[in-house]
Design a protein around this ligand. Structure first.
Ligand code: FAD
Ligand code: FES
Length: 279
């Protein structure tokens, strides 16, 4: 059995600066050993521990869909020791990836349903993986209508800008991209994510809603979701707790009896309502 603490070596193949503030970078990672790539079978919503030798490791959501082969994508905000070292990296550097870890979005349960995907800020990463998976030619007919509502503080802070343009032009996906404050070139929505969700008002009938974002966005979005008629069991969130082992051994990430790293990070609102409000 493989040691779950040992990372796979991966090469940083491409680095993209995602935002004007230059504190969000996407890293395309390529496995050095094809056998490791084969062993790393992930699903949308899972995360991995990225490690830099001599610095440490940190959990980051997998932003690429399993339908994108050849590399893994991670989008990282510069916040502290490990993420700063990742941001200092150049293309070609070898780092480690340990995973895939945690559970995933319920892609089987979502089949035949309409999907509403609501994201804010840089928590959009794993939602990108979910959207890419669902709209892939091999899967698109498995799912009903797909509505995406994604917001950032301003146009310069939106992730994956070229891809958002492509999504807006598709007729099998309804994409509502919003910013708190636009600029002279901005032609999309202006307003907070909960308000746009209320205005778009997607039907809750035979639908699931997935929400990822900063705590303040979640706080104001949940009442709108309830008003739209989505049941707690059909409302799906992904949590970001402080973590260490990522495999349910160290107890760093527990909420009540649940380990966010192993039982999550994806939970329904119904599951969360039975836990202490420590998230
Ligand atoms: C399941 C999961 C998925 C994540 N996905 C992403 C992602 O896609 N992109 C991304 O940029 N980040 C993501 N994060 C957050 C990321 O793990 C932290 O930003 C990272 O661990 C910081 O490590 P560091 O060594 O750079 O910072 P540290 O030096 O450890 O800390 C710097 C500062 O960040 C705070 N911090 C550290 N970890 C967290 C955390 N988990 N939540 C809130 N505050 C924290 C610390 O309190 C401190 O103030 C995710 C976290 C989890 C648990
Ligand atoms: S991070 Fe160790 S138990 Fe979850």
């Amino acid at each position: 059995m493989n040691n779950p603490y040992v990372p796979y070596p991966v090469r940083i193949d491409r680095i993209t600066i995602e935002n004007d503030e230059r504190d969000l970078k996407s890293f395309e990672l390529v496995f050095l050993d094809p056998a490791h790539e084969k062993a790393f079978q992930h699903a949308p919503g899972q995360f991995a521990e990225l490690s830099v030798l001599g610095t440490g490791e940190c959990p980051i959501g997998i932003a690429s869909s399993p339908t994108e082969t050849g590399s893994l994508l991670f989008t990282v905000k510069k916040t502290g020791v490990v993420t700063e070292e990742l941001h200092r990296s150049r293309e070609g550097r070898v780092i480690g990836v340990r995973g895939p870890l945690g559970n995933s979005f319920p892609i089987e349960r979502m089949k035949g349903k309409d999907l509403v995907v609501v994201g804010g800020g840089f928590a959009f990463t794993t939602l990108r993986a979910l959207i890419r998976y669902v709209i892939h030619d091999d899967h698109r007919t498995d799912y009903g209508d797909v509505t995406v509502i994604y917001g950032a503080r301003n146009p310069g802070e939106l992730l994956y800008k070229a891809e958002l343009d492509e999504w807006r032009s598709r007729d099998d996906l309804e994409a509502h991209i919003t910013v708190d404050e636009g600029d002279e070139n901005w032609t999309g929505h202006e307003g907070f994510v909960p308000t746009v969700l209320g205005d778009v008002a997607p039907s809750a009938e035979d639908a699931l809603i997935v929400v990822c974002g900063p705590p303040v966005m979640i706080k104001f979005t949940l009442p709108v979701i309830e008003r739209l008629g989505f049941a707690p069991a059909d409302t799906i969130l992904s949590l970001e707790m402080r973590m260490k082992c990522g495999i349910g051994k160290c107890g760093r990430c527990n909420i009540g009896s649940k380990y966010v790293c192993k039982d999550g990070p994806v939970f329904t609102l119904e599951q969360l309502s039975g836990l202490p409000a420590e998230y």
